[in-house]
Design a protein around this ligand. Structure first.
Ligand SMILES: Cc1cc2nc3c(=O)[nH]c(=O)nc-3n(C[C@H](O)[C@H](O)[C@H](O)COP(=O)(O)OP(=O)(O)OC[C@H]3O[C@@H](n4cnc5c(N)ncnc54)[C@H](O)[C@@H]3O)c2cc1C
Ligand code: FES
Length: 294
């Protein structure tokens, strides 16, 4: 008899923001073991590619985890089209090192865009460790912010920033952080998660204040288990693999230039593959029509 192909049933689906979907998935073993900062490699179906997604929430009793993702390409768009009752082919994890959520005192968390999905479990872990949390969340516009109420509940203070000024500070999250630091607010630790330029700008700012800063890196990952080398990053002059040594690293030591270049190199490769595939399809269809006309 044929074995059931997949176990990972989707039990709830929520639209968090335009283009951002939350799926709650049955994965009891992952839910039991997962800690803040860890991720899963997910495959929508047997033919799909594995993509890394942060474990945004877990519920060990229900045996579920939640992933929150932005539909940016083929795999995430396919997953966004799944409905309650559908199953994912694979949910491999938990992977990566869990964040060391120690008691530092006053912790400022800065997140931009889908980085909010990465930082939410970290805010929970640091709050649980007894830290006073100050959170700064940013997005292009008000509608793209999510987990705002949940993060407000975990934070002593919450600041919002939008590029279009539709809510909170009209501008960047780093400007909010700069304002707080310049006004003499004291922090013992900083966590910054979001696009590379945002994490880099935060790390450069906090370096001047000698404020230790944790960032979560999202290089291209293929296997997620330290075997392929795809996620190589340089931290403090040493080669690290983000999937096993991270994804959290000391932001003051990360070589952001290299990270940005490597991600861009893959972009060019992806584009070349897409163009080659399109050309092959065109050739096949030309060949096909030629055959029919003969
Ligand atoms: C540890 C980690 C945790 C992540 N967590 C989240 C999350 O919680 N929510 C979320 O929205 N996104 C997350 N990402 C990014 C997410 O993996 C990519 O958006 C996704 O792989 C895009 O795949 P795609 O086929 O839809 O798009 P594609 O068109 O294939 O790619 C779009 C862009 O996504 C990135 N990307 C593509 N493939 C990979 C890959 N295998 N590994 C890493 N990045 C890739 C590249 O920057 C690429 O240009 C995480 C990445 C890492 C490394
Ligand atoms: S994803 Fe292959 S080594 Fe990290």
């Amino acid at each position: 008899m044929k074995r059931t192909m997949s176990r990972f049933r989707i039990v709830s689906k929520t639209a968090m923001a335009p283009g951002v979907t939350r799926l709650e998935v049955e994965a009891p073993r992952v839910a039991r073991k997962a800690r803040a900062g860890q991720f899963v490699m997910v495959r929508a179906d047997e033919h799909g590619e594995r993509i890394p997604l942060t474990i945004a929430e877990k519920d060990a009793e229900r045996g579920t985890i939640a992933i929150v993702f932005q539909a940016v390409g083929a795999s995430t768009q396919q997953m966004a089209g799944l409905e309650v009752g559908n199953r994912l082919a694979d949910v491999l994890g938990p992977l990566g090192k869990a964040t060391e959520a120690r008691r530092y005192g006053r912790v400022v968390c800065v997140a931009g865009g889908v980085g909010i999905a990465f930082i939410y479990p970290e805010i929970g872990a640091f709050a649980e460790a007894g830290n006073e949390m100050v959170s700064i969340l940013g997005a292009r516009t008000k509608e793209l912010l999510f987990y705002v109420d949940e993060i407000r509940r975990l934070s002593a203070a919450l600041h919002l920033a939008t590029d279009d000024g539709s809510v909170g500070h009209h501008g960047l999250v780093t400007e909010v952080l700069r304002g707080l630091l310049e006004h003499g607010e004291h922090f013992d630790y900083c966590i910054a998660i979001g696009p590379i330029p945002m994490m880099r700008a935060t790390a450069e700012l906090t370096k001047g204040y000698e404020l230790p800063t944790l960032v979560s890196l999202d290089p291209i990952m293929v296997d997620g288990t330290g075997m392929c080398g795809g996620c190589r990053v340089t931290v403090g002059g040493e080669v690290k693999f983000a999937c096993v040594d991270g994804p959290d690293f000391d932001g003051h030591l990360v070589d952001f230039d290299e990270l940005a270049k490597r991600k861009k190199a893959f972009l060019e490769e992806e584009e070349r593959c897409r163009l080659e595939e399109a050309a092959e399809e065109l050739e096949e269809s030309d060949g096909g029509s030629g055959g029919e006309s003969r």
